[in-house]
Design a protein around this ligand. Structure first.
Ligand code: URA
Length: 232
């Protein structure tokens, strides 16, 4: 799959797309040794791109943040629409997959990457990566029920790990350090309540970018990528 040269340079954190356009005009960029005058030109993985005569180091791992909308499944294949259907073909072609699952009706922060080992670490129960969700409920949450949930409730033959809940009547945030199947919905169901809306607002060191509309995604910044790698 061919990708625009300005995009390759910016994805590899070498320069911004507008800097790449200016560099191409000045004849600083070459593909397989031939100078290109426009960064609109495209290259694929086998092409060698040089800047000022030196081959650039291309990135192998890609990390995206998506604000997942409702109605999409967190899988690479399904009978219905998957979160990968929301990606541009050139991003999809990178063999990326969602790091973890949000239910079809859950919205919010999802990390999508082709870095299998990092995804594995982020999801490992041993790493206790924290996840914060904003929730809305069908009925008011009593103080006693909030306390019970924060201490731990029976699930899958064990007890859920301590959680932090900040709530006011029918909404609030809950932070957990595990990722059991439908965990948040099942926790509230245990105290006889029902989650009517669930949005993940943080995942480990990452916070959902409030400027990212539902269904949109972007690359993690260098700083965010470093923070995420710090989970290892
Ligand atoms: N817990 C749930 O119940 N659903 C999600 O999507 C994520 C956490």
């Amino acid at each position: 799959m061919k990708t625009r040269i300005d995009k390759i340079l910016s994805e590899s954190n070498i320069m911004t797309r507008s800097e790449a356009r200016a560099a191409a005009k000045k004849g600083r960029i070459a593909v397989n040794g031939a100078v290109v005058r426009s960064s609109d030109e495209k290259a694929d993985d086998a092409d060698v791109i040089s800047l000022d005569g030196k081959p650039i180091e291309r990135r192998k791992f890609f990390y995206y943040m998506m604000n997942k909308p409702a109605g999409y499944v967190c899988a690479t294949e399904d009978n219905g629409p998957t979160v990968l259907d929301l990606l541009a073909p050139e991003d999809r072609a990178r063999g990326i997959f969602p790091a973890g699952r949000l239910d079809k009706d859950t919205v919010g922060l999802l990390v999508i990457t082709n870095d299998g080992p990092l995804a594995h670490d982020l999801l490992s129960p041993k790493k206790h990566v924290s996840k914060t969700y904003y929730f809305e409920l069908e009925s008011d949450l009593s103080r006693d029920d909030a306390d019970l949930l924060s201490q731990g409730v029976p699930m899958d033959g064990t007890v859920t790990k301590p959680a932090t809940i900040v709530s006011e009547r029918r909404s609030g945030t809950i932070t957990v350090t595990e990722g059991k199947f439908h965990q948040i919905k099942r926790m509230f169901a245990y105290v006889g309540n029902k989650v009517t809306y669930l949005k993940r607002i943080s995942f480990g060191p990452l916070e959902l970018d409030s400027t990212l509309a539902e269904g949109k995604y972007r690359f993690l910044t260098l700083e965010e990528t470093e923070k995420l790698r710090g989970v290892r």
